[in-house]
Design a binder for this molecule. Sequence first.
Ligand code: FAD
Length: 374
Amino acid sequence: MKVLIVGAGPSGLACATSILEGNPDFDVTVVDKKSRVGENPRCAGGISLWMAEKVGISISHRAILAKIRRVRIYAPNGDYWELKGDVDYGYVLDRELFEQNMAEQVERLGGRFVLKHLVSPEDLEFWQSQYDYIVGADGPVSIVRCCLGLPSFPPKDTHLGVQRTLRIRDYSQDTITLDFGEVAPKGYAWCFPAGGDLVRVGLGVPLSEEANAGVLLEDFIQKITPYHKLSSLFGVEETLIAKQIPTARMPETGVYGKILLVGDALPSTDPLTGGGICQGIASGKAAGRAVAEGDPARYDDYIGWLRKQNNRRYRLKNVLFEFNDEDLNELIRVMQGFRPKTMSVGKELRRAVIRLLLRKPRLLSKFFKGFALK
Ligand SMILES: Cc1cc2nc3c(=O)[nH]c(=O)nc-3n(C[C@H](O)[C@H](O)[C@H](O)COP(=O)(O)OP(=O)(O)OC[C@H]3O[C@@H](n4cnc5c(N)ncnc54)[C@H](O)[C@@H]3O)c2cc1C
């Protein structure tokens, strides 16, 4: 059987590995427009160990830039709530190295790479007769998805993520911070340590918002400047990196005849946090397993747990986006009142929203409005 995977990001590489581990006789080719696997990753690189373990992701020690033990969520008024562990909660990855390690594994298993090739609709039409299966792992603006005639994600469910890497000498390298409110309307701003004194500072806002994400990021950097010693305000990466992050519902199916969609192209991304590394790998692995078994329809079942998880988080995202700054301040105040039960930010936020609704029934209308949004 011949399989073509479009996209050598985490989801495409996981899919290739999974096919070759499941059935070494398969002929697997991964094609990407990049000249090097992992080149120019536009990502903060954060993963939770809870998800990484659930999905079964192995990470080489060298690909870990920072180990996270503390997540701080800031309310618009500056109050914060902290999730702090005695053990590592997550990692910040060197995505380039992480993906190169994944690609080496694909090559060891007999997979092939075709790089520097921008896949066009004409290519896909021709390849349909050449390959038994085609996997679209080509990210949020997927040509495979487009050629299937599927709509692009709605603007309210597509965040534009922007990020700069700064040198902040006194930033605690075991901590990530998330800021909610006007700093990033209907999204959030983040600081992720990236080893040494480097910090990835970014934010995401939906395309439906009129706000200019680049301007918001500069404002956010100005906001945090007084609290830190920034030796280079304009960053190590002089250029701002920007890329779409799908925050839409995960669809009921990722199988379209002999074509399967994985990762951001599906999308499998967590709609609440925008995290898509572990989620993309989960979907890639599941699709690869189904293809290796010769029954691609099983992909939808194998990934059912992630669909349920993402769809719960999609509803939570919509509820939170109905909240104004005052509501968000109250949410953090409520969270300050309880001890975390889990090491999952999403689960703790859900607990907090429920407790807040019990205390402030006036928010119920916002809850139902957000909950019902499709
Ligand atoms: C600013 C920002 C910060 C983020 N931070 C995090 C984070 O901290 N944690 C987290 O889990 N997620 C984060 N994400 C999301 C995460 O980066 C994605 O969910 C993840 O990369 C999805 O993996 P993928 O393999 O599906 O797609 P991608 O990583 O986008 O890979 C797609 C591949 O397809 C290739 N490709 C695309 N089109 C074509 C074409 N026509 N021809 C050939 N090749 C093509 C691309 O070159 C690319 O290599 C962030 C995203 C952004 C934008």
